[in-house]
Design a binder for this molecule. Structure first.
Ligand code: SF4
Length: 354
């Protein structure tokens, strides 16, 4: 509704309390893409800067995890399923796309259940689902494991690179990134988590927080609510996206997460290793854990590259500040994951922001 969007934009510009530049981080990749697509930055006054955070699951998957997936996909008898965006994410020695071109069995799917069905139909192969994403996608993987157990499918396993949003936010703010004044929190993840897990951001770090939906109107309203918190020095977690998020989250999905997964240390692109920020498979489901099934070792060395995705995911750089942006790195020939992913900030800037 363009009229309403303009009105909210006018309200934001009308708040004169912006005595200093304000920096708000949108944590979710879907927000990043919507902000660029709707041209929302152009509606904001110069004092308000929007930064992209570590909320694109493909972008935050580390180079070393990709290398692990490459090694597994290269083993005889293994078929690896994953989401389409993961195919071109670079590891140190190539991508799943390059290894597939050399003959590895890598198949794109839309869900873990689709992968499980393939496992049922191909009992002679080892079928691995490479899972990425946050608390929104992990419960669907839990359902696939539940089904595999119920139907005694023993050639199916999960390589879980799933991540938890809250420990990453904790790492961002406790790492001294005081330049962030507030967060547009992810609507989808929050529909699972609810609002309580974010309270520490307001209570301990004086960060304004608004759980926000995905239309232009939602995002601008979220920014208006952030501004109001900053103006009144009244920091808290508010829900703008009330039609999608209950304060207590989704108890059924949380129960699936608690039953099938356990928090583990994992490495994020840009943020490094963060304790309890990953979702590994719980002990009771170790037979479905690809790490154990194939004796995979974590802790591979990250090889430095010229790609600035790590700094972009921490809000320290913008895509256009990367020397490779729109030159050596484009969506057709991406160098880093933020250009590969349909929710990546470099792809958003390339398509809508230049
Ligand atoms: Fe990485 Fe490409 Fe983005 Fe630069 S433009 S940070 S190389 S993805």
């Amino acid at each position: 509704m363009p009229g309403k969007v303009k009105t909210i934009g006018d309200l934001i510009r009308g708040i004169k309390e912006k005595a200093r530049p304000l920096r708000f981080m949108e944590v979710c990749g879907t927000h990043t893409m919507a902000i660029a697509k709707y041209g929302l930055r152009q509606l904001l006054p110069a004092e308000i800067e929007l930064l992209s955070g570590p909320g694109c699951p493909v972008c935050v998957t580390s180079q070393s995890d990709i290398d692990l997936a490459l090694e597994l996909a290269g083993r005889p008898g293994v078929t690896l399923f994953t989401f389409g965006d993961m195919l071109r994410v670079p590891g140190a020695s190539g991508s799943l796309e390059t290894i597939r071109a050399r003959g590895a069995n890598v198949i794109i799917c839309y869900s873990a259940l689709e992968c499980l069905q393939y496992a049922v139909n191909h009992p002679q192969e080892e079928i691995v689902f490479l899972g990425v994403g946050f608390e929104t996608t992990a419960p669907t993987v839990a359902v696939a494991i539940e089904q595999a157990l119920a139907h005694k499918v023993n050639n199916f396993s999960v390589l879980s690179f799933h991540k938890r949003v809250v420990p990453a936010l904790q790492a961002l703010v406790s790492g001294g990134n005081t330049a962030i004044d507030g967060f547009l929190l992810p609507g989808h993840v929050s529909s699972i988590l609810g609002q309580e897990p974010y309270e520490f951001l307001a209570r301990e770090y004086n960060k304004a927080c608004v759980i926000t939906g995905f239309t232009a109107e939602d995002i601008l309203l979220g920014i208006l609510m952030l501004l109001s918190q900053v103006e009144n020095k009244s920091y808290r977690v508010e829900i703008q996206y009330k039609r999608g998020v209950n304060p207590e989250g989704n108890p059924q999905a949380l129960a699936y997460l608690a039953k099938y997964f356990t928090p583990v240390e994992t490495t994020w692109r840009g943020l490094g290793a963060i304790p309890e920020s990953g979702l590994g498979l719980a002990e009771a489901y170790k037979d479905f854990d690809a790490f154990r099934r194939f004796s995979l070792q974590l802790g591979r060395k990250e090889i430095p590259t010229a790609c600035s995705c790590g700094e972009i995911l921490k809000g320290l750089k913008k895509p256009v500040e990367c020397v490779l942006f729109a030159k050596q790195c484009t969506p057709l020939e991406p160098v880093g994951p933020c250009m590969v992913s349909s929710e990546g900030s470099c792809a958003a800037s390339f398509y809508y922001g230049r």
